[in-house]
Design a protein around this ligand. Structure first.
Ligand code: ADP
Ligand code: MG
Length: 221
């Protein structure tokens, strides 16, 4: 039976696996950014998460808020472009919400990601449909919240539901990222292209999906 909560160890394992995935998928993100940006998103994300990963060993596993805040501050200081400040804000604000928590259940996780999304929206002023990372993160959080109000699956108090909910959140992020293809970008570099930004998947929405897929895979393992 999987645990009904995420521990600091789980969060650290997630970040570790996210760093691996972003390194492995660097070319995919770079190619997406080549089509509607400046070809640096893969490099930005891989560099940022390599720096984050290098600090993981020194972080206290007993405070999830502190881990997430440290991830955010490291991304803020190591990643340039639009995505560094935005992902930095996402993790930092999620960490502020989780301050002092040794474990997160589904409701706490949804609340903490929502605080991160609010921070991203405040900083980047993007709304749903603007063809940004918000279009993957928003639906993922909606899926977590929908799972919260769904009845408990047979066979477990909470544990199975956390894993299932994360699987559904990752799936919603994937669908959200794919749904950015026909959109015209209204924020960031891609917006300079106007109508020509349509027909391409947003790189930031795609990296957001990869992050959430890593989280689901970590808990599902
Ligand atoms: P840059 O655009 O500065 O080169 P990156 O290539 O690393 O930075 O990141 C681009 C991604 O950042 C976009 O695909 C988009 O998802 C996201 N992004 C850009 N501007 C915003 C914004 N204002 N709000 C939310 N996300 C944004
Ligand atoms: Mg770029």
């Amino acid at each position: 039976m999987p645990p009904p909560t995420l521990s600091g160890e789980d969060i650290a394992a997630w970040i570790e696996s996210a760093a691996e995935v972003l390194e492995r998928e660097k070319m995919l993100l770079t190619e997406l950014d080549a089509a509607i940006g400046d070809s640096d998103h893969g490099i930005n994300m891989a560099r940022g998460f390599a720096a984050v990963r290098a600090r993981l060993g020194g972080l206290d596993r007993g405070d999830i808020g502190a881990i997430l805040r440290d991830v955010g501050m490291t991304l803020l200081s190591t990643v340039g472009g639009a995505s560094g400040p935005l992902y930095g804000t996402l993790f930092r604000d999620a960490g502020q919400k989780a301050a002092g928590a040794a474990a997160l259940d589904l409701a706490a996780l949804a609340g903490c990601l929502e605080a991160g999304l609010d921070g991203v929206k405040r900083r980047g002023k993007a709304s749903p449909g603007d063809k940004t990372m918000v279009d993957a993160l928003g639906p993922a959080i909606d899926a977590l919240k929908a799972a919260l109000s769904a009845p408990e699956p047979a066979g477990g108090p909470g544990g199975a539901s956390l894993r299932d909910a994360l699987g559904r959140a990752a799936e919603a992020a994937r669908a959200g990222a794919e749904a950015t293809v026909p959109l015209v970008a209204r924020k960031g570099r891609a917006s300079y292209l106007g109508e020509r930004s349509a027909g391409h998947q947003d790189p930031g929405a795609t990296s957001c999906w990869l992050l959430l897929r890593s989280l689901a895979a970590t808990v599902g393992a």
